[in-house]
Write a protein that binds this ligand. Structure first.
Ligand SMILES: [Zn+2]
Length: 458
């Protein structure tokens, strides 16, 4: 808190200190207090607690969620406290298409009354396949507590101004249109958070950001990249900025480097999904690719093609279980992202590690052999020296790639050759590459920018 006192908002007449927070905030602080302890527990203690909680979730799902009746039948009659990770892994993985097909059979017919009234969470997710699930007051409570821990890890100054440029909906979009700030630090006296829609032209965004003079900025990595490039061209920088937080897309380490060198501020990255909130957050004691899983809320598995757990350093599919969603239980849900399992972190926290979250499973590059790789094409350092505003690679066929460019002027032939070479090196295969100049590259329907898109059926 950089020397500032951290006193919650009091909800009691005449009492300012020590604060007596209103009931909902009190619940958040109560969970947060536990999270601050449990983050230091050994990994095996955390796992044992996850399994005890998972057992409660599975019993509820088996009894009240029609979709799970068959799937969880094999666990019937098991002794309380006996659920092992091996048994848990025998539960079939839940795919996004199955959630769509399951419809209301995935809803609990008997949500415990103290979990509150359910509400809808709609998401197109990273695969662009829309699903709708329900959350409860308890899932919101857990999300708020995890967010608070995230803020505290990075010693954010709650009284400072924050700016967010992301996908806005409903009340937030209205607030952005009316230039109305919102609060960003639940439970504490909060500085204002100002908002802009992610689809705002980058030039407008930059002007706005400079005029707002905020201490923090939250946005998508691809958008940050564009902002940094433009500010570099215009030789301006957001003067009061102390930290940038990114979310919503895989972060390229080149973007982190640019943020540090061009803007001179640290970048903090987190991995989240609408159905879960923050899933993993960068370790506060490390720079770069070290993400701690919010293990108190989410049981994260990373599995290979055969469904077996991967070893640290290996990449696999992310399979997530929300331990507290008793409205739409998401048990062993394959979210459609790939991640690399991390080794235990040197900071002493026992929360499991994800080394990095890779691109989306939909957007895999297919080699002529049929092999798929996860491409990372954008934001080579040298692109800074070229007049490129936007950059996207499309795979048209197993042998053809198209590089779509938005540029200030057509590239010279040697510049084009450098772009093509960098693509070939990263692709690891001699594709035929064509460069197309386009006026603008739109975002996907989800609001996320696709650095790579495959049109090849797999
Ligand atoms: Zn750590």
């Amino acid at each position: 808190m950089t020397g500032k006192l951290l006193i919650p908002i009091s909800g009691c007449t005449g009492v300012a200190w020590p604060a007596v927070p209103p009931p909902v905030d009190s619940y958040v602080f109560s969970v947060l207090r536990q999270l601050e302890e449990s983050q230091w527990w050994p990994a095996e203690t955390l796992l044992a607690q996850q399994l005890l909680q998972a057992e409660r979730l599975l019993a509820h799902a088996a009894a009240t969620v029609p979709f799970y009746a068959d799937r969880l039948r094999f666990l019937r009659g098991t002794r309380a406290g006996s659920l092992s990770l091996e048994m848990f892994r025998r539960i079939p993985v839940l795919r996004r298409a199955q959630i769509q097909e399951a419809g209301s059979t995935l809803l609990s017919t008997k949500i415990p009354p103290d979990h509150g009234a359910p509400f809808d969470i709609r998401t197109s997710g990273s695969t662009g396949r829309p699903i709708s699930v329900k959350g409860t007051a308890i899932t919101s409570l857990m999300t708020r507590a995890a967010n608070m821990r995230y803020h505290l890890w990075f010693k954010r100054d709650f009284s400072a101004k924050s700016a967010a440029i992301r996908m806005l909906k409903g009340a937030e979009l209205d607030a952005a249109k009316a230039d109305q700030p919102i609060r960003w630090a639940d439970g504490f006296p909060s500085g204002p958070m100002v908002l802009r829609q992610i689809t705002t032209p980058v030039g407008e965004q930059l002007d706005w950001l400079l005029s707002q003079d905020s201490a923090y900025l939250l946005t998508f990595p691809s958008n940050l990249e564009s902002l940094i490039r433009l500010s570099q061209e215009r030789q301006v920088r957001p003067a009061s900025l102390r930290e940038v937080a990114t979310v919503g897309e895989a972060l390229d380490e080149e973007v982190r480097k640019a943020c540090e060198t061009v803007w001179g501020v640290p970048l903090v990255d987190a991995y989240s999904a609408q159905e879960f909130g923050y899933i993993a957050v960068q370790c506060p004691d490390h720079r770069g690719r070290h993400y701690h899983v919010n293990a108190e809320m989410i049981l994260v598995e990373i599995v290979n093609e055969e469904g077996a757990p991967v070893a640290p350093g290996d990449v696999g599919r992310l399979v997530l279980t929300d331990l507290h969603n008793f409205a739409t239980p998401l048990i062993r849900y394959e979210i459609g992202d790939l991640a690399e399992l991390g080794a235990p972190c040197g900071c002493g926290r026992g929360l499991p590690m994800v080394a990095r979250v890779l691109g989306r499973t939909r957007n895999m590059l297919v080699l002529p052999s049929g092999e798929k790789i996860c491409p990372r094409f954008t934001f080579e350092s040298f692109l800074f020296s070229l007049p490129i505003k936007q950059f996207q690679v499309i795979q048209e066929s197993r042998q053809n790639l198209v590089v779509r460019l938005v540029t200030e002027r057509p590239l010279k032939s040697e510049e084009e050759a450098r772009v093509k070479d960098s693509i070939l090196v990263k692709a690891g295969h001699p594709f035929d590459i064509r460069i197309d100049y386009v006026p603008v590259i739109p975002r996907a329907a989800s609001g996320k920018f696709e650095e790579f898109h495959s049109e090849v059926a797999v």
